[in-house]
Design a protein around this ligand. Structure first.
Ligand code: XIL
Length: 368
């Protein structure tokens, strides 16, 4: 009777006193960034589409701003061409600065700046005109010089050219390639290097792409690009492996190690820059979640096990704001948070990442 009374009173007390942090379970250990740093990595980070509606979402912001979980931010859109130079030679830096401010104010965190030259999210004024190669090269140079010198070493690194290749390793079409030819690629790195020199700061220059996380014609193509940059004595510090996978078809750990070594053998760093693993059919079930967890585990472990893999970044952390459903209709559930009514319950994938970072066997991968 007494025991029951005490338990009852305690329970009433616990219920009456609001817990200090309403988001405690979304912010509890394991701490992905702390674990990554303990393994010698610079960060475990996330992309974020700020400025945006996320900023009104307190739970989103409290996770984003927790430097124990995320030690690095990538603006998912704010630094892309159409947002930084919406009209010719008229630069807008406020959106990108918001991401930098969040990174700095909450634990002086790293920012990967993304990106300078890409086929997508280019301003209309670039796409609408018939440029000569010379004139478009000047546009590219002006853009790169301005943006790189403006943000300076608030950027740990820049993705200079993004997604230059087709899956078969040939050049992908874009306004840049179609107008200037392959030289656009090397010019972009030349201009970025010149701009970095103007800052006098240490800012790394990366090439970033997807479907290059496993050996194949595209990975071989990237090796060719890096070799040619090096042959021309241009600055190339790293290759970003985007790591957008689909549940059930992600490359194996061994394949990922093999591809990673193709790049590091050239003397460059690598990073996992846009990790997510989307379901091709929804809704998912618990065995799907276990398989997804295993695919996250293998991707993260293949960075942990390669010294020159400097860090891992998820392409946003909660399904609610994932880019996947907007780009791949009918697909989704790609992120490490997203279960439950709150949307912020962690998936097995979160704990799988924690296990891989800690160097433990996967505790949530089922029989996968
Ligand atoms: C995506 C953004 O997340 C979306 O919001 C946007 O609509 C399209 O671009 N590869 C990249 C990223 O390098 O820049 C892309 O980001 C996802 C694929």
């Amino acid at each position: 009777m007494h025991v029951l009374l005490v338990v009852g009173t305690l329970a009433a007390l616990v219920a009456a006193v609001p817990s200090k942090n309403p988001y405690a379970s979304a912010l509890a250990p394991p701490y992905l960034n702390l674990l990554a740093k303990a393994k010698g990595k610079l960060w475990f980070g996330t992309a974020t589409d700020i400025p945006g509606v996320e900023q009104q979402d307190q739970e989103y912001m409290s996770i984003l701003n927790d430097s124990k979980i995320f030690g690095q931010l990538t603006p998912a859109n704010a630094m892309k061409f159409q947002f930084t130079e919406p009209e010719q030679n008229n630069f807008t830096y406020a959106g990108g600065q918001e991401v930098i401010d969040l990174a700095k104010q909450h634990g002086n965190r790293y920012v990967r700046c993304h990106n300078l030259v890409w086929v997508t999210e280019v301003s209309e004024w670039v796409l609408d005109r018939n440029w000569t190669a010379e004139a478009l090269t000047e546009v590219m140079k002006n853009h790169i010089y301005n943006v790189v010198t403006h943000f300076g070493d608030s950027c740990y690194s820049w993705d200079v050219v993004n997604e230059a290749l087709n899956d078969n390793g040939t050049w992908a079409p874009s306004v840049w390639f179609d107008t200037i030819g392959p030289e656009y690629f090397y010019k972009a790195y030349q201009f970025a290097e010149e701009a970095v020199k103007l800052t006098g700061k240490d800012i790394k220059l990366y090439y970033n792409d997807y479907n290059i996380e496993y050996p194949g014609p595209k990975a071989t193509g990237v090796v060719g690009l890096v070799k040619e940059l090096k042959r021309r004595k241009l600055k190339i510090d790293g290759v970003g492996l985007e790591t957008h996978y689909e549940v059930g078809t992600a490359p194996s750990y061994e394949q990922q190690i093999e591809a990673s070594k193709m790049y590091t053998a050239l003397g460059v760093d690598i990073a996992r820059t846009e990790l997510d693993v989307r379901f091709t059919q929804l809704p998912y079930n618990s065995s799907g979640l276990a398989l997804q967890a295993k695919e996250y585990y293998d991707a993260v472990k293949s960075c942990v096990d390669i010294r020159q893999c400097i860090g891992m970044t998820v392409w946003d952390f909660v399904d609610k704001y994932s880019w996947v459903p907007g780009t791949f209709p009918g697909k989704g559930g790609a992120d490490i948070y997203g279960l439950g009514n709150s949307n912020y319950t962690r998936k097995p994938a979160y704990y799988a990442v924690g296990d891989a970072l800690a160097g433990h066997p996967c505790s949530v991968c089922g029989h996968n």
